[in-house]
Design a protein around this ligand. Sequence first.
Ligand code: MV4
Length: 587
Amino acid sequence: MSFDTVLIANRGEIALRVMRACKELGLRTVAVYSEADRDALHVRYADDAFLIGPPPAVQSYLQTETILDVARRSGAGAIHPGYGFLSENTDFVRNCDAAGIAFIGPTADAMDLMGGKIHARQVALRANVPLVPGTTEAVESVAEALSLGEEYGYPIAIKASAGGGGRGLKVAYSAEEVEFAFESARREAEAAFKNGELFVEKYVLDPRHIEIQVLADQYGNVVYLGERDCSVQRRHQKLIEETPSPAVSPELRSAMGDCALRLCRETKYVGAGTLEFLLAPDGQFYFLEMNTRIQVEHTVTEMVTGIDLVQAQIRIAQGEKLWFSQEEIQLRGHSIQCRINAEDAAAGFRPALGTISAYTEPKGYGVRVDAGVEQGTVIPPYYDSMLAKLVTWGATRSEALQRMRRALNDYTIEGITTVIPFHKLALAEPAFEHGDVTVSFIPRYLEEKLKQLPSATPSAAEPVAEQPSRELAVEVNGRRFTVRIAGEGLNTPVANTKAATPTRRSANKKREVATDPNAVICPIQGTIVAIKTSVGAAVEAGQVVFVVEAMKMENEIATPRAGTIATLNGEVGKSIEAGSVLATLEA
Ligand code: MV4
């Protein structure tokens, strides 16, 4: 299809990323924005911009009819959805088709085929792609799940067919746990996707998350562009991604790549896509699911292949034939990405709000920053917490890693808490240095250390104070010192940037998050969906006693020590504030 104007149905860094690609291809760009994004960078960068509604995404960025209206009014012949929002909404794709507007992405039919995980497993079976032992039909009952547990051996994973991002995924380590896991997965799936369909797989312990990037044109040509290792995740939120994976040999890459090509051919896939795999500790790999969109971490693939994936998406949508072959794709050097989220890693990665009072990006050879913010940006509570992506390239992994450490040190973001201190800790771990990372990396190596990071506020309810800061140069006996004056009262110099102490830049006050060994505290705001104990019951340390749903995910709340339940607060179905006491323990 031919078009000269593209509407970008997204915000933040990805909206800017897509607009840059459009401009490079000589295309006009149209932004849409909510009332919370009036001053946003993506609005100013676009050639044309339209207000589409109030701040909550359901009233703005998810308003399909309003967005299609803007496309018609602005003369946009195509819509790029970015990631999230409307990127995997097949109804929207069909509405675009009906309106004669090109959706820059795969067809609705291909998305339907790969969207449901049970369907995706059936496709994989047909394409002769390895799957974790498990069902390719829905599992209807606890009894059925129990007999599958017998068949595969424990642990088993009970998963929502409609699931994504770990929602509706529960693990049963023994037959005793199956009923609760099954019911919990079903509740979560119903709540998040209005679809309680479940299936069962053997649970692979301590895998790596490896994904393969593909590009397919409208004429049946498909290529893969190497893998990404996305094992550094917390609660299914990726934090660090890299390519090549330290665990993938050329032979494994070509075996996984061939599987990816077969899956794409089986679904007649068009556009950019990603096939997710688990790589087990024994070297066996298994297909998990397909993401039918451009992903946050596409950048690292671009850095080592030299192929602009967003430009490629657009050119494919314009009907261009793939302009390079598999043999021409070369992986050069190494690339790492750290997601820069406005979150407090010391407080369970709680989203941080506020205004960016100072902002300086790292620069130099091999450093790329894809950001959606600048000094003065107000971080609203309505959207994803990712502010920017910091990407480095190096001739070798160790060069990319050293460059990332340097770039993290050169990145200044003040006024809000970010995960930059988390990244510094993660990259300092010998296991990361050695590329010895699985999905258990954060719980295994960092959970304890995270608590010592500077934390901004004790409660999500308390707004983060804006903290202006200013630097002063002082010369003492000819030696220059930079003094940073920050936080409460601009009168107290709090830091000397030449000092060697790691706390020198802490414009944020360090405060202990309340930890009472006799209380079970709810770390998040949410709704109680299960209480798994009673007053007088004996509990072990780390025993799950409450399940709290927050942001459509179920969170298991465990006891801090062994003891007897003295008091219980709250009821199933009731909402609960972050920091409240769910239960108390007595000796
Ligand atoms: C699994 C698994 C082990 N065995 N399936 C989590 C989210 C979804 N994409 C699939 N997930 C997993 N599925 C079986 N049969 C382990 C995970 C998993 C995981 C996967 C990728 C990255 C991080 C993860 C963290 C925990 C569990």
